[in-house]
Design a protein around this ligand. Structure first.
Ligand code: SF4
Ligand code: SF4
Length: 109
């Protein structure tokens, strides 16, 4: 399943369309970036009300379609690794792609 198709379907759900990445990842709102790598303390997982944060080998990833964009995870991360997709710094943009790739490879329940 191609990532852009996965995130394009149901694009208007929750009305959380990203302006910067609206074409490629219209469903993605919050993204976990490099600061999580190898820390993985799981605080974001503990507070997520919909259990949409999944564990990878080196970091966690937020499922774009399951996330309800409540921003709770962003407030508890001790290393400021979680940002709204429109606020992801240029040097961290690769983590938007990594997040999409993680779920396009079937890593969800
Ligand atoms: S924004 Fe809310 S729903 Fe989305 S991953 Fe963070 S805690 Fe979970
Ligand atoms: S709270 Fe931050 S560092 Fe901890 S697992 Fe979540 S994203 Fe990674």
């Amino acid at each position: 399943m191609r990532a852009h198709w996965l995130f394009a379907k149901n694009a208007s759900r929750y009305g959380k369309v990203s302006e910067c990445n609206a074409f490629t990842y219209p469903q993605m709102t919050f993204v976990i970036m490099s600061q999580c790598v190898d820390i993985k303390d799981g605080r974001c997982v503990d507070v997520c009300p919909v259990d949409c944060i999944y564990e990878g080998s080196t970091m966690f990833y937020i499922h774009p379609e399951e996330c309800i964009a409540c921003a709770l995870c962003e407030t508890v991360c001790p290393v400021d690794a979680i940002r709204h997709i429109d606020d992801v710094p240029e040097q961290e943009k690769m983590y938007v792609e990594k997040n999409a790739a993680f779920f396009s490879e079937g890593n969800s329940s």
